[in-house]
Design a protein around this ligand. Structure first.
Ligand code: ASP
Length: 337
């Protein structure tokens, strides 16, 4: 069965596979707006627009919007936006003040991708609070795409970033409390503000994305999740759209989440539906293996080239913030279970 997407101006013909056909039935496959269309697109596109993970990103969106409303560059907007949370010691899952690993050491991961499909990343970075800006320097000043650990630190120093202790008294206290039991268990929506992933489309139609985190609290020393991995925590295809992820990074990496979402948008799915497909991919992988997702949360955000956006998560509780011509607001994502 073939049907046509209603989400993009340049409508794309996509194939509905047999499994979906059996699930939705013939009417479910008819692409007419309002008649059981599988292509959900609640939010029509406009530009400029910025979206970011978790409703606490309202402040970060403001910094990004200042650039976007003055016809600035989407890449500058996402960098400035996520830096707001990297700088905020009250946000305990990003940048300065992030929760440490089980040895009490804060290590940060970030990546950035621009409207030309260029990218940069740093992983296991210690003692520098703005990994997103170091990642941008990797993209712009080196022939590489990723620097890790000591090499990343040396590079940050050479680039003039200021070295500092990232472990705040509040994070140290939380770690000491955790040590009393020392159990590592993922929590579904821990404090409702984790990794910040931010996607922006500027007035000129340029797409960019940024993703930055201190990773899972109490992780093993050296653990790196999805957030700095292009294709997992973030992906931007300048011709199609962008996607990013938050929460349990291991599940995102195993299913190449953000790259999958962008490919689904390429096939004509709306941003929300593309996110749902990536969530379903995690669910079916775990079902096959008989593993439970009871305590697992993954949330995806997507933005297409028209400025339409959407989100989807495994469980209830994933929120995000959107700023476009309609203002800056908090949204609840759709969820699977
Ligand atoms: N996705 C991040 C990671 O796995 C953490 C998070 O968003 O909670 O490192």
């Amino acid at each position: 069965i073939q049907y046509r997407s209603s989400s993009n101006e340049d409508r794309l013909t996509v194939m509905l596979n047999r499994k979906q056909f059996l699930k939705t039935g013939f009417l479910g496959a008819i692409p007419l707006a309002g008649i059981g269309c599988t292509n959900v697109n609640k939010f029509t596109g406009s530009k400029p627009v910025v979206i970011a993970t978790w409703n606490t990103a309202i402040k970060a969106n403001e910094a990004a919007w200042k650039i976007l409303e003055n016809e600035g560059y989407a890449l500058d907007a996402v960098e400035a936006g996520v830096r707001v949370e990297e700088d905020d010691p009250m946000n305990m899952s990003v940048g300065y003040g992030g929760r440490p690993d089980r040895e009490g050491i804060v290590s940060l991961d970030a990546c950035i991708m621009d409207d030309k499909g260029e990218c940069g990343a740093v992983v296991f970075l210690q003692n520098y609070k703005n990994p997103i800006s170091v990642a941008r320097k990797v993209m712009e000043e080196t022939p590489h795409i990723m620097l890790a650990g000591k090499g990343a630190q040396q590079f940050a120093k050479d680039q003039g970033f200021e070295e500092m202790d990232l472990l705040t008294p509040k994070a140290k206290e939380a770690w000491e409390k955790w040590l009393e039991n020392g159990k590592y268990e993922p929590e579904v929506n821990i404090e409702n503000h984790d990794t910040i992933g931010m996607l922006a489309l500027d007035a000129e139609g340029r797409l960019s994305g940024a993703c930055t985190t201190s990773g899972a609290a109490w992780k093993m020393h050296g653990r790196v999740g999805d957030s700095p991995l292009i294709g997992a925590g973030l992906f931007v295809d300048p011709e199609i759209g962008a996607a990013c992820a938050t929460r349990l990074g291991e599940e995102v990496v195993k299913t190449a989440g953000s790259a999958l979402i962008v490919e689904m948008m390429r096939q004509g799915y709306s941003p929300e539906e593309a996110c749902k497909i990536a969530v379903d991919r995690i669910i079916s992988r775990n079902k096959r293996n008989g593993t439970s997702l009871k305590n697992t949360q993954v949330g995806y955000l997507a933005l297409n080239k028209d400025g339409a956006f959407g989100a989807y998560s495994i469980q209830e509780g994933f929120t995000y913030a959107v700023y476009n011509a309609d203002g800056n607001r908090k949204m609840d994502s759709e969820f699977r279970s």
